[in-house]
Design a protein around this ligand. Structure first.
Ligand SMILES: Nc1nc2c(ncn2[C@@H]2O[C@H](COP(=O)(O)OP(=O)(O)OP(=O)(O)O)[C@@H](O)[C@H]2O)c(=O)[nH]1
Ligand SMILES: [Mg+2]
Length: 237
């Protein structure tokens, strides 16, 4: 028979082993369920929390980031199609009847991180003297020409070159509008008629054919090319 002292030592050792094992099981249990609790939040929520935290770090005081505000000045002789183009660009819809602009017309367009403020100044003779006042604030000049109005092409050329002489660096987009008309001059003819070759290497400039009518919506002359070009030019830095 084993002595009573030996049983006492054995039962003490067994008790200690059970206590250690119990603690280990408890720790493992807690660790397992802590992770399980976290995963119940869902990866999407955790990802969003992390993103939010990073955004708060990058914008002091949690302020909304400021969008880039750019002014696009839209000029051209009366009837060239400035308002029609702005209407189309902002609503993706052509409008048949638009009243001549008696002063100004402004349209705001927001795309991610970019706010484009279009400002049209009417093209009638009495308003043209105000055109140059808006050049200094503009980031880009869009000059609209009625491609079917050959008789006023030289007037359009003179007005355009007067503006360009005042702002030597301003990027320029010339729109050869009304390309849907059968008597419309081609882009090459307008390049010549507007003496655009004199601008080569002087400033950044583009000549785009457009049509802002119902007939022109599905054609490659779509005004939406202008929108894409503007976004590209204004967001490149
Ligand atoms: N066929 C055709 N007609 C157009 C086009 N764009 C505009 N028009 C028409 O041309 C006329 C004048 O268009 P507007 O957009 O008012 O011209 P605007 O340049 O704003 O003229 P002002 O405001 O007077 O300076 C309207 O009857 C339009 O419907 C086009 O691409 N094709
Ligand atoms: Mg107008």
């Amino acid at each position: 028979m084993a002595p009573a002292g030996a049983f006492r030592h054995l039962s003490l050792a067994l008790g200690a082993a059970v206590a250690v094992l119990g603690s280990l099981i408890l720790i493992a249990w807690k660790l397992y369920f802590r992770d399980a609790d976290d995963s119940s939040v869902g990866w999407r929520e955790r990802w969003e929390q992390q993103l939010r935290a990073e955004l708060e770090l990058s914008t002091p005081n949690g302020e909304e980031p400021h969008p880039c505000e750019c002014q696009v000045l839209v000029l051209g002789l009366d009837g060239a199609g400035k308002s029609s183009i702005l209407h189309y660009i902002s609503s993706v819809e052509a409008k048949k009847h638009l009243a001549p602009t008696q002063g100004f017309n402004s349209v705001q367009l927001q795309t991610s991180g970019l706010q484009m403020d279009f400002l049209e100044v009417g093209g009638s003779k009495n308003l043209r003297s105000y055109w140059n006042q808006y050049l200094s604030k503009a980031h880009i000049l869009v000059f609209v020409v009625d491609s079917a109005d050959g008789s006023r092409l030289s007037t359009a050329r003179q007005e355009l070159h007067c503006l360009l002489a005042e702002e030597l660096q301003l990027p320029l987009i010339v729109l050869a509008n009304k390309q849907d008309k059968t008597d419309a001059l081609s882009v090459a003819e307008l390049h010549e008629g507007l003496a655009l070759h004199t601008l080569d290497n002087q400033r950044e400039f583009f000549l785009l054919p457009t049509s802002a009518t119902y007939a022109g919506l599905a054609t490659p002359n779509s005004v939406l090319h202008l929108k894409n070009l503007l976004i590209k030019l204004l967001t490149r830095n």
